[in-house]
Design a protein around this ligand. Structure first.
Ligand code: KG4
Ligand code: ZN
Length: 334
């Protein structure tokens, strides 16, 4: 069974053809990182405009790379939400048009379900139930996965996503966008105990996260110490490297703490870590005593292959949408 999948929830325009939810026949991702870099974060209006320009060439590229024609597809899967509404609508309209013109079923997909399905594209036989940590610029969610396609949200961020915190701290220090990779690199070999940042503990017993406090703590530290924004990215002062390393250690500890607590309570047979922040060297290094599956970078960050994988699972469960399918910026997972 071959699905064309389309993803445009944030700043990546992506299309892929996936066979039986497992085999990637093609995967094309056009990133807008450079468009948003001068602003230190995604500008929604610019994102939708670029999706409009990119969507047709990206879909064409995916079809050509897979070497198939539209009539040979079995279904079209598309991210319905959550995400930026103007961005989601571009992918959604394209998917609806292709499904309608070629008489193919349309399968709506939750973006986070896509991230959770990504490790299954890279690994066979992941033991279930699994506990998934989805960490990106837009999401920080801890999800129990009793079987493929069934998701129980255990906790999520109450304010900033973990990746968002990396991006904001990076912007604050003049280190550029996206911040995660820069901070990750600058932290290598730096003193991550230079500043002791505390991450808020959620007191009501829920497995939620919070990252806006640490961002503010970094801001206060910068003001107190009078640290100017970095002028030359090639020459970052040791004090700034120690600062970002300390920040990174605090964020990663909070994520790992959430995973460990969730694992103790729900006793999964494996752990999944996905989303852009799953690229983080420190996070990848933590061994938690359970088999841990982290997709390769191209499948961790936003892509359409993961939407195709989740779309296949949804399709088998009978998920279908009609031409009235609408974008849902805050679509709940389940
Ligand atoms: O999944 P993704 O590509 O897009 C969203 O759905 O948001 O994730 C992008 C996020 C950005 O916030 C970026 O700073 C973060 O992932 N990121 C990292 C690393 N690489 C990317 N964060 C920490 N360490 C990294 N190595
Ligand atoms: Zn994402």
């Amino acid at each position: 069974m071959r699905l064309l999948a389309i993803e445009t929830s944030c700043d990546e325009t992506a299309a892929a053809v996936v066979e039986d939810g497992r085999r990637i026949l093609s995967s094309v991702v056009s990133t807008q990182a450079e468009v948003h870099a001068p602003y230190g974060g995604v500008v929604p209006e610019l994102a939708s405009r670029h999706h409009i320009e990119n969507i047709v060439p990206v879909i064409r590229g995916a079809m050509t790379e897979a070497g198939i024609a539209f009539h040979e597809l079995d279904a079209v899967a598309v991210t319905q939400g959550p995400g930026l509404v103007g961005s989601l609508l571009v992918g959604l309209q394209a998917a609806k048009a292709i499904a309608w013109v070629h008489g193919k079923p349309l399968v709506p997909v939750h973006h986070v379900a896509g991230h959770i399905q990504a490790p299954f594209l890279a690994h066979d036989d992941i033991p279930l139930p699994a506990l998934a940590l989805v960490v990106s610029g837009g999401h920080t969610s801890l999800v129990e996965v009793p079987e493929e396609g069934t998701y129980r949200l255990l906790g999520r961020t109450r304010d900033d996503a973990a990746g968002e915190a990396f991006d904001k701290v990076s912007k604050l220090l003049g280190l550029g966008y996206p911040g995660g990779p820069v901070i990750d690199r600058l932290s290598q070999g730096a003193n991550d105990h230079a500043v002791e940042f505390k991450i808020a503990r959620i007191k009501d017993g829920r497995a939620d996260f919070s990252f806006s406090g640490i961002k503010t703590a970094v801001l206060y530290h910068v003001r107190r110490e009078g640290i100017p924004p970095v002028a030359d990215p090639a020459q970052v002062p040791p004090g700034v490297r120690d600062l970002v390393a300390s920040f990174q250690r605090a964020v990663v500890s909070a994520l790992v703490r959430g995973l460990v607590r969730g694992a103790e309570k729900h006793r999964p047979r494996s752990l999944l870590v996905t989303g852009g922040v799953a690229a983080n060297t420190l996070l990848r290094r933590d061994s938690l005593g359970l088999p841990i599956f982290i997709p390769p970078l191209a499948l961790s960050t936003d892509n359409a292959a993961m939407i195709g994988a989740a779309g296949f699972v949804g399709f088998r469960k009978g998920r279908r949408a009609g031409p009235d399918l609408n974008a849902e910026p805050s679509l709940p997972l389940s």
